[in-house]
Write a protein that binds this ligand. Structure first.
Ligand SMILES: Nc1ncnc2c1ncn2[C@@H]1O[C@H](COP(=O)(O)OP(=O)(O)OP(=O)(O)O)[C@@H](O)[C@H]1O
Ligand SMILES: [Mg+2]
Length: 641
């Protein structure tokens, strides 16, 4: 659900649509020229009745066939000119408008990449998807038609009315009779339609969410035999949307009825009144013909106002929905210039954008993180040798100082997820983080790369406050493997090298795969070039976990955060990964969430998380002896020691 299902009462469609100006600005000249062309085309149509008048009062009255033919030729030429001009308008707007749509979509995507995790926790993905697709399409259609034609039709109606008044002002007043009721209907319609349009677009978002979830969760749905109830729930949503769409259609029909009927009645009245005047020789037949053809020519501009207004209303809603996402604050507004971030995003092809922020920069101290097993020359080379940073920080490891954290959407009176965390992970040390399920381990690890912001307290990396570092730099220092190993629709190599610097290639890939015991990748059909992820080969849970681990270690990060990275591996593979990781971890400061004693044994020390605090720190064996809760957590599974 989107958190803000805005009421449309207070808003003005025009003010909302004005927010599109920055996107429309670059194409404003083309759009204006196109509008001008359309106005000329439309007014060309209004000349036709005048030619008719000339024909009726001239050649037809004088029975002059040559004159009639000439008039017909004029009419033909005018018709062709009108058609050509409208064609030119279409050609003028098509290309620039597709640019506008593409630009807005790319900006939305880039923005989504930079929004904090907390935002994505709150928003259903279908709502975001529908904004990036349906809503943007509505906006393009608005810029192509209603925006131009509300203006064009307005001018045409004005010119037409002036022509009619000039022909005969009494008939003109008869035609103008329905103006007030029609305008009144339009105003009422606008307000009502806005609410229903918003509802419909939100419901499309809900449907998108359900479709997306059921595609992702198809195994669960089938496994639990829930396909019927799922289909029923979906049908229910579709029915609701259908109801809303029918309400829209109903309103459109009503306004259409008024807009068509009233002018039609007025034209009938004008015809009657005009005929009487012609019969009494107070009006020429040609003038009446011209008058009525002008009135008929104005029928379409008047009738179309109904759906043009409807489309504008939908576009205003779409704009509102689009900017609800765009207005959400990006992370790093405090310390990272968003221009820098968008520049970074722009460098990578779409599927890799998500990783762009994690892509490490070459920085001080990076190269002494070389994997020992890879035979690095001197892993203890002074850090300042090879980095652009002016001074390398003193190694100090990771420090949590009185850190408190509460999820932004948690009830204000609930206890914070993490309260008073004090923890020091020494440089080069690997610390296991143990705690009951739901105790906040994942939450704590997410604070280090600032996926969530600590509510209070301080976290430092080598003595530097993480909030004082640009996020890009922070995330180049910290590599993570998450509980849920996610692979993108890309090759194995691309997935793993997301965690490395730009220049990294085959050797780094091979080393990382070896550390993570993911050598199976070489045996895949196209080796490390095999496509995986949703559009590629399906891998087992343990295989995906090992690739995610390879991604975490491939950049030889200074700080490594692993959230239960080996949970899906069998004991032997786990032991092999551990042995290889031990080599890597010798130089890296690591925090490893662990449930199994076998994973815990990988670490130098263990921290026990309980009740939102770190209640004990020590070696596995110390804690086993001295801490009952720890012994309880580890008992039953301790089959290795
Ligand atoms: N995005 C979120 N918004 C609100 N509350 C959350 C969010 N994510 C987790 N929580 C809550 O925070 C608490 C800690 O969750 P967390 O995922 O950190 O636990 P964990 O120790 O990693 O558990 P596990 O061992 O099962 O992985 C839980 O009570 C959970 O319900
Ligand atoms: Mg967890």
């Amino acid at each position: 659900m989107p958190p803000t299902r805005a009421t449309t009462k207070e808003r003005s469609a025009v003010r909302t649509l004005l927010r599109l100006w920055p996107y429309v600005r670059p194409v404003r000249i083309r759009l204006s020229v196109a509008a001008l062309v359309a106005i000329v085309a439309s007014c060309t149509g209004l000349v036709i009745p005048l030619v008719l008048k000339w024909m009726v009062d001239g050649p037809v009255a004088d029975r002059d066939p040559a004159g009639v033919w000439l008039g017909a030729l004029y009419l033909l030429l005018l018709g062709i000119a009108e058609a050509l001009l409208f064609g030119l308008r279409r050609w003028l707007v098509a290309r620039p408008l597709s640019h506008v749509e593409a630009g807005m979509r790319a900006d939305l995507y880039g923005h989504l990449q930079r929004l904090p995790v907390a935002f994505h926790d709150r928003w259903a993905s279908g709502q975001l998807l529908s904004r990036a697709t349906t809503d943007l399409m509505l906006l393009r259609m608005f810029l192509a038609f209603p925006l131009t034609f509300l203006l064009v039709n307005g001018v045409t109606i004005l010119v037409g009315v002036l022509i009619m008044l000039a022909q005969d002002w009494t008939l003109g007043l008869v035609i103008l009779g329905p103006t007030i009721p029609v305008v009144w209907t339009c105003v009422i319609f606008e307000n009502r339609y806005a609410d229903v349009a918003r509802l419909a677009q939100d419901q499309v978002g809900d449907i998108t969410t359900v479709v997306e979830e059921s595609v992702l969760g198809i195994r669960i749905i089938k496994g639990f035999g829930r396909h019927r109830s799922q289909a029923r729930a979906f049908r229910e949503l579709v029915r609701t949307l259908r109801g809303t769409e029918l309400r829209k259609a109903h309103m459109l029909a009503m306004i259409w009825g008024v807009i068509v009927t009233l002018p039609e009645v007025a034209i009938g009245a004008a015809l009657l009144w005009g005929s009487i005047q012609v019969a009494e020789h107070e009006l020429s037949a040609g003038t009446l013909v011209a008058f009525l053809s002008t009135a008929l020519a104005l029928r379409w501009p008047v009738e179309s106002i109904g759906f043009l207004l409807a489309m504008s209303q939908e576009a205003a809603t779409a704009t509102e929905r689009y900017f609800e996402v765009r207005d959400a604050l990006e992370e790093g507004a405090d310390s990272l210039s968003s221009a820098g971030a968008s520049g970074l995003v722009a460098q990578f092809p779409a599927p890799l954008w998500g990783a762009a922020l994690k892509r490490p920069e070459r920085g001080a101290g990076r190269d002494n993180m070389r994997l020992r097993r890879a035979g690095a020359v001197n892993p203890h080379r002074p850090a300042a040798d090879d980095g652009p940073l002016p001074s390398a920080p003193e190694p100090d490891g990771i420090r949590f100082e009185n850190v408190q954290f509460r999820y932004p959407d948690a009830a204000p009176d609930s206890a914070p997820t993490l309260a008073h965390i004090d923890l020091h992970i020494r440089p080069g040390e690997s610390m296991a983080l143990v705690g009951a399920t739901g105790s906040g381990k994942t939450t704590l690890t997410a604070l280090i790369p600032r996926l969530h912001e600590a509510t209070s307290g301080r976290i430092t990396l080598d003595g530097r406050d993480i909030t004082a570092m640009p996020r890009e730099e922070l995330r180049s220092l910290v590599a993570m493997a998450f509980e849920e190993p996610t692979l993108f629709s890309a090759s194995v190599g691309e997935n793993v090298l997301m965690g490395a610097e730009d220049g990294a290639g085959e050797p780094e890939l091979a080393r990382a795969l070896a550390v993570a015991q993911a050598d199976f990748a070489h045996a895949l059909p196209q080796g490390t070039g095999t496509q995986v992820g949703e559009q590629g080969l399906s891998l087992s849970g343990g295989q995906r976990q090992r690739l995610a681990l390879a991604r975490a270690v491939v950049g030889r990060p200074r700080f490594l955060v692993l959230d239960d990275p080996l949970s899906a591996l069998d004991v032997h593979t786990e032991a092999a990964v551990e042995a290889a990781l031990r080599d890597v971890l010798a130089d890296t400061t690591a925090l490893i969430v662990a449930h199994r004693p076998s994973t815990v044994l990988l670490a130098d020390r263990v921290a026990l998380l309980s009740g939102g605090r770190v209640t004990a720190v020590g070696t596995h064996h110390e804690l086993l002896r001295t801490n009952a809760e720890y012994a309880h957590l580890m008992s039953g599974e301790d089959h290795r020691r």
